[in-house]
Design a protein around this ligand. Sequence first.
Ligand code: SER
Length: 582
Amino acid sequence: MNALEIRNKYLDFFKRKNHKIIPSAPLIPENDPSVLFNTAGMQPLVPYLLGQRHPEGTRLADYQKCIRTNDIEEVGDNRHLTFFEMLGNWSLGDYFKEESIKMSFEFLTKELNIPVEKLSVTCFGGNKELGKDEESAKYWENVGIPKEKIYYIKDNWWIAGETGPCGSDTEIFYDTGKPKCSPNCNPDCDCGKYVEIWNNVFMEFYRQEDGTLMPLQQKNVDTGLGLERVNMLLQGKETPYDTEIFRPIMDKLEELQKVDDIYSRRVVAEHLRSSIMIISDGGRPSNLDRGYVLRRLIRRMIRQMNKLQIDLDKLSELIELNINILKDMYPELLKNKEIIKTVILEEKDKFTKTLMHGEKEFIKEMEKIKKAEKDTIEGKVVFKLYDTYGFPPEVTSDLAKENNLKIDLDGFKKLFKEHQEKSRAGSEQKFKGGLATTGEMETKYHTATHLLNAALKVVLGNHIHQRGSNITSERMRFDFSHNSKMTPEEKQQVEDLVNKWIKEAIPVEKMEMKKDEAIAMGAEAMFIEKYGDIVTVYKIGDISLELCGGPHVSNTSELGIFKIKKEESSSSGVRRIKAILV
Ligand code: SER
């Protein structure tokens, strides 16, 4: 079996269990600048976990492309990946613990033919807030997991970030057959004997700002099965790099290298794949946020290619090969091939230039440090190398390690944050300044978006929620959850309603409040749990209340006349309206 076959088996299995298969969301969340990448399958589904009705129903399954970069430094070992695929099945207020456990067990043992002896599980061990999850343990026992292989762990709790939907989880582990590292070795131990393959989260709470738990309207299940891991285990391999997902690239690197280093080969293979996936979903290198993550990935990869002494001109060939390996799983790569190549190769050229200058500078700094008989590169030097020479701190860290030096990463981080805040303030300033002269239309469209959202709810029903939007000075585009094509009458009604509100000259008020208050007031938001404690809310009479960064006009009368130009399908269960103001 290979990864694609496992994915297909998974989706088929859950289809047979009456789940609707939904497409993977892009790695970069649309219109949600507050999160960098999708880090879990549940992320695009948050509104539905909170109670919004999903157009496809209450049982969903999908594969989700994910990026997690908090472990970027660990890449190169035998298991950490920045890009991975998570297979997931969801119950949105439908089945709960018992059925979820039964289905997971059936899939693993009957579809993937994993012997029961290979499995062990952990359940929530209880804490001050909640008792231990004996219910799940009982269901595991019922399906056939022996009692001694069911463990209670206090940390079995899942939440993305600090606040938001959450709940206890039960995790399924695969026993690699390695000897126990100690008599107490259990799935919670990370010696490598037990590998977590699937996490079933029972999302029934919302963690509020004040730290308390509030029950959600509905009890949900959110499961995530790590595809690369399961694939590796089923093939009896030690690392994902030994499976078909990476093998051809690893072999190619081995063929091209002049210096042998497995760590470097893994970093190149891993970062190349992640970069390809991010660029294909619209990411571009820059010095801020997600652009910076991509830049770091490409630059770390190039550094390791240099270490292996692989000619950087081979990069183009490597990209081709990698797209070829991945195209059956991610067909979108084929149509984005040229842009992927262009972006990576341009970044390579930029980096090679800065690298030459930067390495010289590093050597100078190193000599100073050695002369002063110190062993740490100060944060401000790491920052200078980053800011002036484009050296990601990881590169400095690598070079430092090679020269038996340490780096003051905390000092660097502090300076980096200050710099980020400054440049953010700068770009906001630019934005505001720009708006005074050229951005007037964008501001108007921004407000029109809120009116359109509200009008759609009146005409089509309360299931309407924003799924995305895009504004230029010429037009607005608005994506929303809805299953069927709008009739000409519905379109007319929406248009009339928006124009009526414009005529009524309603003031647009900006308010700051605590997020919980905004939720309590029923404010609209795309990913409510991703906002900070204090949120900005825009209120338009009693028509609309939305979490939003603005900017907006101060009165609806400024908008002119609203016209819908087009209504079409955007993706499954999502419609798109293009509209203009004249
Ligand atoms: N959200 C859970 C996770 O990421 C299960 O999908 O592990």
